[in-house]
Design a protein around this ligand. Structure first.
Ligand code: ADP
Ligand code: ZN
Length: 725
């Protein structure tokens, strides 16, 4: 039977192979045995009942808590020509009767139903006597009182289940906490052997945390390179949502707000606009997201700190369900922490304890300087097996960017010592900066040797340094705010240990996409222009069919089309997500776009199986070899990895090659600068005005906001670009 399942996977859904645990769970269901499947969002839970449903000759019932989710699934299945329908309170009487008729005629493979509807005597009577092969409970955590969305009707499903003794019972959830898992098993009377627990590591999510210093500016920088992408920005309060929404609109972004203060009508409309790709951005409170199945959400930004790790994980989980890279950014400020502390302090007893524990875990994640996946996975009881993931800001911070901060650290720590470890970072900074505040005069601290020795740095830099010293365990911060030296601090003061770090993480992490790996070659190298044309076509077809664009084809499909350039039905069938039904319905329209584009640009079709070519050989001195490989399209990151050196070293080679009078490809250089696209464009303008000879002039023109290292990269980029033929 599993062979039949594989055939369905290829021919109906157009996928190459099963994802982890899918095959095992599907076999279990096909054997008519019960199964609990716990997989993160985007793991591919739906196929686990959808494929057996196509193999079985009877009906598969799917219990789902939200009308929007049911509609979404049924809409998607219809594009595959799979007869699925739903019964719930949103249907008109006529629609309801029509659906019932089709059910009675045995025309239906999958029935989606809300628990309330299923519990109604008339529904139970309708299903009485029908052959039901699989009884699926989606979002099964709703069974548990410990879960975040407990639904009392879910408990009664155990009763209904008895109506179908022949059916396999399949419970699905993305809820990661062990307590909820146990609860589901208990209520449904499952035992361990039937549980499939997938890893909760979402490998395609790039995790970033940035110091929040000018959040609006940071968000605009972030969005600048993501204008065509869909994303969600979470804020703490409704007021913040409204304000940010207005700002984004002012900047010309297609955004809409979403929070509980808006009427249900407006909320639904905004959500629909987002799903249909009529707008790109939803600015929302935590109220947004439950009923959302959009697979191509490319980023989730936390404008304010999330409430706890669990809700953070749930929210970022809405990004990148399609498996393509998605970026998750948290803007983190200590004053947000104060806000949360304030709410915690209003609580009492056990509740307060739990909240404090949550905050502690969250801070452990936000403040860590090791791989972020380590604390994140640990929270869900999973041990992260690698030291580095290559997909979080900490893993991506290359050594070159880490500064030697020993001298400043010594100044700061000795100032803490001389002020008797009685004060906060603000006070210590005042002393270092030589401000004669009343308090300092009162304490006589204007006479200290450390008074005024820190004038070369600004206030903010000192504060950031103090935070870094706390994180690296040279200082402890007492609850009252005062800073205390640790034993390690002595090592620094005695010059026995050096302090390294990245002081200002605010810009460093916002736009590091150049460094992060993308998941596949197709993702990285597809033809962007054709991809956009295909997207437009998809949108037109989707609107005509009144469905979401992703129900026609997911982005991955379009990317593969824009990479392999299939020109016949046969080649199209090899593309991800193209099965026989979709080929029939949409093949012609998409082939037309592809062939026209290829004719115009003289592009040949690529065979899907012949993907990897051997490494080309380059001759000459090392810097020449590297530059030639770079000119042939290899990225700086890739070359650095291949040669086992840092990206800056590759840049030096490229510069040497260029200075010797050779041509250098401009594309791909600027990415090595740790700058947002917006800043890059500003720097380019400054070079236009000031020329490239005096970096100092450009440095000043940029108000000293861009460091020399970055300017050197941009200088090379500018020069290469201007000598390009
Ligand atoms: P979940 O319900 O676990 O959040 P979905 O079932 O919605 O995840 O699957 C996420 C996406 O991955 C969907 O677009 C789905 O079609 C796709 N998908 C699922 N299984 C596979 C597979 N074996 N190969 C390729 N794509 C898959
Ligand atoms: Zn990492």
């Amino acid at each position: 039977m599993i062979q039949q399942a594989k055939d369905k996977l290829h021919n109906v859904f157009g996928y190459d192979s099963f994802r982890p645990l899918q095959e095992e769970a599907i076999s279990q269901v096909l054997d008519k045995k019960d199964a609990l499947v716990i997989m993160p969002t985007g793991g591919g839970k739906s196929l686990i009942y959808q494929i057996p449903a196509l193999v079985f000759d009877g009906l598969t019932i799917v219990v789902s808590p939200l009308i929007s989710l049911m509609k979404d699934q049924v809409e998607q299945l219809r594009q595959f020509d799979i007869p699925a329908l739903y019964l719930n309170s949103s249907l008109s009487e006529d629609e309801y009767r029509y659906n019932v008729k089709r059910l009675r005629n045995g025309e239906v493979k999958m029935l989606y139903v809300a628990p309330e509807t299923l519990l109604m005597p008339k529904t139970r009577k309708l299903l009485d006597g029908m052959k039901v092969d699989c009884f699926t409970i989606d979002e099964a955590h709703c069974i548990s009182e410990w879960g975040h969305d407990f639904r009392p009707e879910y408990r009664q499903l155990t009763e209904v289940r008895k109506d179908f003794p022949e059916a396999a019972c399949l419970a699905l959830t993305a809820t990661a906490t062990p307590r909820v898992r146990e609860d589901i098993k208990k209520v449904l009377d499952f035992d361990d052997s039937q549980t499939y627990l997938a890893s909760f590591d979402r490998k395609n999510l790039l995790l970033k945390v940035a110091d929040k210093d000018d959040p609006l500016e940071q968000v605009l920088d972030f969005l600048y390179t993501r204008k065509k992408q869909s994303g969600i920005i979470y804020c703490f309060s409704r007021k913040q949502v409204d304000e940010l929404y207005v700002e984004l609109k002012k900047e010309g972004y297609a955004a809409k707000p979403y929070h509980a203060g808006l009427s249900e009508g407006v909320r639904n409309r905004n959500q629909e606009l987002f799903i249909r790709d009529d707008i790109n951005i939803i600015v929302a409170t935590i109220a947004f997201g439950m009923g959302i199945n959009k697979p191509d959400v490319r980023y989730v930004v936390h404008y304010d700190m999330p409430k706890n790790i669990e809700s953070y994980y749930q929210q970022i989980g809405r990004a990148g369900r399609d498996g393509i890279r998605a970026d998750c950014l948290v803007l983190f400020s200590p004053s947000d922490t104060q806000k949360i502390r304030y709410f915690i302090n209003k609580k009492e007893g056990r509740e307060k304890e739990v909240a404090e524990q949550h905050l502690k875990s969250l801070l452990g994640f936000l403040e860590t300087d090791e791989c972020r996946r380590i604390p994140l996975m640990a929270y869900f009881g999973e041990e992260y097996q690698n030291d580095e993931c290559g997909m979080c800001d900490n893993c991506l911070t290359v050594d070159a960017e880490v500064e030697d901060l020993t001298e400043e650290a010594q100044k700061f720590l000795s100032c803490v010592a001389r002020t008797d470890q009685q004060h906060s970072e603000y006070y210590v900074t005042d002393v270092l900066q030589g401000s004669d505040t009343d308090e300092i005069i009162e304490n006589g601290h204007q006479n200290l040797s450390t008074f005024g020795i820190g004038e070369d740095w600004n206030r903010e830099q000192w504060i950031l340094l103090s935070r870094l010293l706390v994180n690296q365990n040279y200082l402890e911060k007492h609850e009252s705010g005062q800073l205390i030296l640790t034993d390690e601090a002595q090592l620094v003061l005695n010059s026995k240990e050096k302090v390294y770090g990245l002081l200002d993480r605010s810009s460093a992490v916002v736009d590091r996409e150049a460094a992060a790996r993308t998941t596949t070659e197709v993702e990285e190298k597809h033809d962007e222009e054709l991809f956009n044309l295909l997207r437009d076509k998809r949108k037109t077809i989707a609107d005509k069919n009144a469905v979401a664009p992703y129900a026609i084809f997911p982005d991955t499909t379009l990317m593969e089309m824009a990479y392999y350039f299939p020109k016949s039905n046969e080649s199209l069938m090899k593309i991800y997500g193209v099965g026989s039904a979709k080929l029939k319905h949409f093949g012609k329209a998409f082939l037309k776009v592809i062939t026209e584009y290829c004719d115009e640009h003289n592009i040949e079709e690529k065979q899907k199986s012949l993907q990897k070519k051997g490494e080309p050989k380059y001759s000459g001195e090392l810097h020449e070899q590297i530059a030639k490989a770079f000119n042939d399209g290899q990225s700086i990151e890739h070359l650095a990895e291949q040669k086992g050196v840092k990206p800056v070293t590759i840049l030096k080679y490229l510069k040497k090659y260029f200075d010797e009078g050779n041509d250098l490809r401009a594309e791909g250089i600027a990415e090595a600068a740790d700058l947002s696209r917006r800043k890059q464009d500003q720097v380019m303008k400054a070079f236009d005005q000031k020329g490239t000879r005096m970096l100092r002039a450009v440095y000043d023109a940029m108000d000293k906001s861009v460091g020399y290292n970055e300017l050197r990269v941009m200088q090379l980029y500018y020069q290469a670009k201007n000598t390009e033929k």
